[in-house]
Design a binder for this molecule. Sequence first.
Ligand SMILES: CCC[C@H](O)CC(=O)SCCNC(=O)CCNC(=O)[C@H](O)C(C)(C)COP(=O)([O-])OP(=O)([O-])OC[C@H]1O[C@@H](n2cnc3c(N)ncnc32)[C@H](O)[C@@H]1OP(=O)([O-])[O-]
Length: 718
Amino acid sequence: MATFSLLPGSVALITLTNPPVNALSAAVRAGIVQAVQRSVEDPKVKSVVICGQNGRFCGGADIREFAGPMSGPPLVPLIHAIEALDKPVVAAIEGLALGGGLELALGCHYRIAHTTALLGLPEVTLGLLPAAGGTQRLPRLAGLPAALDLITTGRHISGTEALELGIVDQVTDGSALDIALEFAKSIVGRPLNTRRLSTLPCRCPTDIDNLLDRFMVQVRQRARGALAPVACVGALRAAATLPYAQGLRKERELMDTLFNSGQARALQYAFFSQRVVGKWTLPSGARWDNTTSRTISTAAVIGLGTMGRGIAVALALAGMSVVAVETQEKQLSEARQMVPAMLQREAGRRGLDTAPGVISFCSSLQDVSEVELVIEAVFEDMALKLQLFRQLSAVCKPDTLLCSNTSGLDIDQLAAATQRPGLVVGMHFFAPAHIMKLLEVVCGTRSSPETVATVMQLGKRMGKVSVAVGNCPGFVGNRMLKPYTEQANFLLEEGAMPEQVDKVLEEFGFPMGVFRMSDLSGLDVGWRIRKAAGLTGPGVEPTRTRQGRRYSPLPDQMCEAGRLGQKTGRGWYQYDGPGGRVARSDPWVQTFLDAYRARHNLAARVIAAEEILERCLYSLINEGFKILQDGMAAGPEDIDAIYVFGYGWPRHRGGPMFHAGQVGLARVLEKLEHYQQLHPDVAPMKPSMLLRRLVAAGSPPIQKWRELIHRERVHSQL
Ligand SMILES: CCC[C@H](O)CC(=O)SCCNC(=O)CCNC(=O)[C@H](O)C(C)(C)COP(=O)([O-])OP(=O)([O-])OC[C@H]1O[C@@H](n2cnc3c(N)ncnc32)[C@H](O)[C@@H]1OP(=O)([O-])[O-]
């Protein structure tokens, strides 16, 4: 689907028509081939303009087509045919020119863009590289350093930045198409040789090897095992050192390897998961497309600790007028100093002069009486939260939404403390709340569809990936984290060291292993929760079985020894001092573990990396299956998006549920059964019913799981 029209002034206009982003599907590519052919053959055509329908130039190759066999005309010869035309071709870039879309524009002789259009080569985020000549043409146009940056990060740039980098010839705040049409008429007859990028030399600094080597080191560090960024540097090395035709062959070769890798499948799955989770459904049948949402413009945040401060900033960045409330004077005065600076810094990082919203500070709950939505971010203490919700219910307008930033407490209980249970919902942010992308929207049994829709929409406005989840202890993310950390502690009891466990998890792709992470967030967080649950504290027997299941008191004992992590300068590792960031092994921990094992008659054994990884990951994955089985997440994509955006799960591994599919469900089941036999007192190792049923159903692809879960639920087999 691409249309051809001959306009006054002998300009042929080729319009890509494939909403919503005019992706280069087989039909679009065939349409372009035909339209280009007509432009060649029609003597009335003197110049050509290519644009996209509805103000969007092109979002690149059609990613949905990657799953099937290739059909239709390939993109590379099509772009070469455009570049080789002896009539000038101008790309009119409005909205976006991404991936293959930008590569198409690079094949044109001139590019005119709207100042706000988004341009980029984001293939790396899909586990690929720009393989329609993008790795070869971009460095010839913008220079090697800029091409390395854009192609290995996949970042989008504005039309204005593209002009600065020389990627486009002209920008406008008006219609790029109108300017391009006028321009196309004015350049008829001009020589085109210097406009054919593939014929130009690569723009490189003198020390190419040095630059590429330095870049490769950085890229490998950042990539955490992802293949595509490394391959992108390889393709750019070819651009810098080989003639165009050979460089293009190298680009193809590297693309073929990436295209068939599990990582590309995982990253493309992650792309679609992110979109699937926006299409939420509730057990009542309410859905994203049959429920209206309210637009919120005034909000309040109660409690200005780390989370509350970040949430206030996130709301103001989304254009809201925010009332920030803190009853403790010291905390309030700290927030008054810190929050405006945080807001300004983050606005600057997003390219804004000032934040679109404002934050006012106060110490009284009475000041939130007029806002449309309140987010409570006080201490994680049910009694305190219940009291606050009662007060809010009395103070706020009757239609104000009341949200809690609890990380795992019961939303239904909070709702029951108010006169408006339908307007109560959980908004679980992740620290730092103004930066982290994930928002778990916790739907209580009485949360109304309109409340859920409003909060999901608000999350989107804040730039979050909002995932609707059910109300159960720990919700989705923290519920799955519990068996994972538990396994890590058991591994220490059995002979592993924190740095060994962390190394295995970091090699898998997590930015931090479980113990480094625990030091960062503070060991006292979990300690408080375990104390509240009666698992530890005065009067609790110091055994390794509590409440009927295996329990490791190791983290409690660390806290009792004053080792709370980075904040005290000592935790599972040692740091330069309180607040130190660089973790170093601590001989104290070895002595502590030896003494612990001796006390409990535990013989330390050598534990293989494979066992560490399997026990940590499969217990987490098994909990994920239980969550799906309980209906606390609508589908595997929801769980995977939560882990990728909130818990550092390596994106190139898709997410825990996707990973289970990659490993093979039968193998995951077999391993869980094996470890359960060895550790019968560890309940989370007991394979979930859903996993068993999926294996019995022949391990269908992940896209079919929802259907099976729904069917089995209808037949009450789950
Ligand atoms: C030979 C090699 C060639 C080349 O080098 C390879 C490539 O080009 S690789 C490609 C390189 N290009 C990229 O990586 C760009 C990927 N796309 C994006 O980053 C964003 O979608 C974009 C910024 C374009 C728009 O954001 P937004 O306004 O927030 O909107 P949204 O995100 O909600 O999307 C709306 C709908 O469009 C769908 N869809 C979107 N793009 C594609 C696509 N290419 N294909 C298919 N579908 C696509 C999307 O799934 C959604 O569908 P649904 O059914 O309604 O859920």
